[in-house]
Design a protein around this ligand. Structure first.
Ligand code: PDD
Length: 286
């Protein structure tokens, strides 16, 4: 089945899909995006992802590319046309095409691109079995990482650095030595007492949708969560560490900066969260 992309009103062959050279997403990273997991034929937590998209658009004074309910239909159609049962859907809205000028263009229609991709569940299951390694890097991003913009160059460089070190994610660390979040995920630890700890999302990190749903999963499992900062040293000494994102769900972290977390194997708490996730997450649309 050939891949199909939705680009500004048309379903086109993925290989031929393109946007204009003066799209502001391309020139200024003047755009926002969402990545949703597709699992067992459903788009996971679509409502929350679209709520966050609404917030991102509003923070950047950008218009919706179409009515929200129409967007939901197009998202489902992209998933359907690509035959995705498990994988992800990517949605990007930019301020549109305009002659290059820093100021917002008047009367420009936002651009909308949606793609979907199959990913075999076994790929992530295998990763979760072994866990991933992370490195830490100093925070060097702008102050508004709570907005999910396509301006991700520091994240790209940090993740590239992780790869060079044999790791799969980089954790940004603030000036006080506290972990903020990963290049494309939120960061968590489990204390010796079995309490989940993750940084508050009011400022300085992206409020991950998976993170939000994991609060409900934890409640269902009777696990306590503390929203507070934690240092790299605390993470290294923790009982467990893990990351969360739409593409990884809850994924064990088994080493930080080359040092094993606990016995260097995935912990039982993160695996139980992972297991229970789909019983709790919203499944709809496709
Ligand atoms: N990234 N923090 C950052 C910086 C992220 O880029 C992401 C997601 C998250 C987790 O958010 P969520 O649970 O809503 O996926 C946290 C996506 C997956 C990406 O850019 O591919």
């Amino acid at each position: 089945m050939p891949r199909i992309a939705y680009v500004n009103g048309r379903y086109v062959a993925h290989a031929d899909a393109c946007v204009h050279i003066e799209d502001r997403g391309y020139q200024f990273a003047d755009g926002v995006y969402e990545v949703c997991e597709v699992a067992r034929g459903y788009i996971v937590d679509a409502e929350r992802h679209l709520d966050r998209l609404a917030r991102s658009l509003s923070e950047l004074q950008m218009a919706w590319p179409m009515h929200r309910s129409t967007l939901e239909i197009v998202m489902a159609e992209v998933v359907r046309r690509n035959g995705v049962k498990n994988g992800l859907i990517y949605l990007q809205v930019t301020r549109g095409v305009a002659s290059r000028d820093f100021l917002f263009p008047a009367d420009t229609k936002p651009s909308l691109v949606i793609t979907a991709k199959k990913i075999a569940p076994a790929v992530n299951a295998k990763k979760a079995e072994h866990g991933i390694k992370v490195i830490t890097v100093p925070e060097n991003r702008w102050d508004r990482v709570d907005i999910k913009t396509v301006g991700l160059l520091p994240n790209v460089l940090a993740k590239e650095k992780a790869k060079a070190a044999g790791a799969q994610e980089a954790w940004f660390v603030d000036a006080d030595g506290n972990v903020k979040e990963g290049g494309s995920s939120n960061a968590w630890i489990v204390t010796k007492d079995g309490v989940l700890v993750t940084r508050p999302a009011e400022h300085g990190i992206l409020r991950g949708i998976t993170r939000t749903t994991l609060f409900e999963v934890a409640a269902k499992l009777g696990l306590k969560i503390e929203e507070r900062g934690f240092s790299v040293a605390e993470a290294k000494a923790a009982r467990e560490a893990f990351i969360s994102s739409a593409t990884t769900i809850a994924m064990p972290v088994v080493a930080i900066d080359g040092a094993p977390v606990a016995n260097g194997h995935p912990g039982s708490v993160v695996l139980s969260l992972r297991e229970a996730f789909f019983d709790v997450a919203e499944k709809r649309l496709a």
